[in-house]
Design a protein around this ligand. Structure first.
Ligand SMILES: [Zn+2]
Length: 303
């Protein structure tokens, strides 16, 4: 009875099958462990497994290999948008400010309260390289990411915004139009360099704020190439991000920006281009009329 079990080959085969089954079972336990929300939990999960399984868990390849292959436009468009705020002037309203202008002028105390709301709500600022790596390579972002951008070189960016950001450990992106460098009420070159040196990002916002939809060939030199060179000389870093003046863009501008080493460009709140989402990244203007709560609601509704 069951004499075939005494055959050495059969015994060896059965033994091998049994060992392989156990290894596969342990492997599947390790592989099916739920995604840990942070490294701490991952370490705990690994340590709780018996020796063989723990070693197997270490050998399990990362399941997401998409980081190696740049995402196509459809993939980028499908990823959740990150809220990006656009600020201009940060100063108290004056009687001559028009109703429209007040949209672009956030009073100092309101700005402090808006940024405090972001910090109190658990937001973390991210910079354009992190956004790019998230969109193109699916790299993870911190919890509750937000990007803070500041257009037009206003002196209040250095005097008001930077100290408030510093207070909360936040970093911002400053889109500079180079024509205004050193003029009254605008930042100097030294102030732009100081922002860059303290970890903020300096991007281009053209030479003198002309609408890119109206550029002639020579304008790509004066509005884009020369300002990039100047900003690189000031900061010692490449200029890789662009904000369209007035948020206005067209299809023709995108290859011109790519030719000049830009990795991405920021507009305002219109739809992104179906084939060029990186060059039509959306932002909302943080209105001077908004309370912190209204700003938060707009962030949630717009992205
Ligand atoms: Zn502007």
């Amino acid at each position: 009875m069951l004499t075939f079990l005494r055959q050495p080959l059969v015994l060896f085969t059965l033994f091998t099958v049994a060992v392989l089954s156990i290894v596969l079972l342990l492997y599947s336990v390790a592989a099916s462990a739920p995604d840990a929300p942070d490294n701490q939990l991952k370490v705990t999960t690994g340590n709780s497994l018996p020796g063989t399984a723990a070693r197997l868990a270490e050998l399990v390849p990362a399941r997401d290999t998409s980081a190696a292959i740049p995402a196509d436009a459809a993939t980028i468009l499908a990823r959740k948008q990150i809220p990006i705020l656009c600020y201009h002037q940060l100063r108290n309203w004056r009687t001559r400010d028009s109703e429209m202008a007040k949209t672009y002028i956030v009073e100092e105390e309101n700005f402090r309260n808006q940024i405090k709301m972001l910090a109190d709500s658990g937001y973390h600022t991210i910079l354009p390289d992190e956004l790019y790596d998230y969109l193109v390579h699916n790299k993870p972002l911190p919890e509750k990411p937000v990007m803070l951008t500041f257009d037009d070189t206003n002196l209040d960016h250095y005097k008001v915004a930077a100290p408030v950001l510093e207070q909360y450990g936040f970093k911002g992106v400053f889109f500079v139009m180079t024509v205004s460098l050193g003029r009254p009420n605008y930042m100097s070159k030294a102030q732009v360099k100081a922002l860059s040196d303290s970890g903020h990002i300096i991007g281009s916002h053209t030479w003198d704020h002309q609408n890119v939809k109206k550029y002639e060939p020579k304008d790509w030199i004066t509005q884009i190439e020369n300002p990039s060179r100047q900003l690189q000389e000031i900061t010692g870093k490449p200029v890789q991000y662009f904000a369209y003046p007035f948020g206005l863009w067209n299809e023709q501008a995108i290859p011109e920006l790519k030719k000049r080493n830009f990795k991405a460009a920021f507009q305002l709140a219109t739809s992104r281009d179906a084939s060029e989402p990186l060059f039509t990244i959306r932002r909302i203007i943080a209105s001077g009329y908004w309370s912190p709560r209204q700003l938060h609601n707009s962030m949630i509704n717009s992205f």
